[in-house]
Design a binder for this molecule. Structure first.
Ligand code: AMP
Ligand code: ZN
Length: 113
């Protein structure tokens, strides 16, 4: 894992985060700059640089991210939410450790306003 990866540092406990869920494979925490009343991130503990770097062996992990993220949203009181993955700087990716955004609590009609 790259030394300068901010999400690997959160996983290692070197940077604090408001954690919502953690097990041996995944971590979920509040986004530090929320774009909606509900906005948290789900990341794998395995460093994967982004959606385009997902390997066949990672497919179960990606499904688990969807399941756990949805369960957290429901526990937080949200039945309706949007899930976003950004791939590449031009698409808005700023942290190159794959992360699933879950957003809810405001008008989330697509495309975003
Ligand atoms: P993206 O633009 O898809 O790469 O999303 C990166 C997200 O990570 C942004 O929504 C940031 O607000 C969030 N973020 C960056 N640093 C932290 C941090 N230390 N703790 C929590 N969220 C962070
Ligand atoms: Zn990382």
């Amino acid at each position: 894992m790259p030394d300068n990866c901010i999400f690997c540092k959160i996983i290692k406990g070197e940077i604090p985060a408001a954690k919502l869920f953690e097990d041996d494979e995944l971590l979920a925490f509040q986004d530090i700059n929320p774009a909606a009343p509900l906005h948290f991130l789900v990341i794998p503990k395995k460093h994967i640089s982004g959606p385009a770097a997902v390997a066949a062996e990672d497919e179960p992990l990606m499904g688990k991210m969807l399941r756990i993220g949805s369960e957290i949203a429901k526990k937080e009181g949200f039945e309706d939410f949007r899930i976003v993955f950004n791939n590449g700087a031009q698409a808005g990716q700023t942290v190159f450790h794959i992360h699933m955004h879950i957003l809810g609590g405001r008008d989330l009609n697509w495309p975003p306003g």
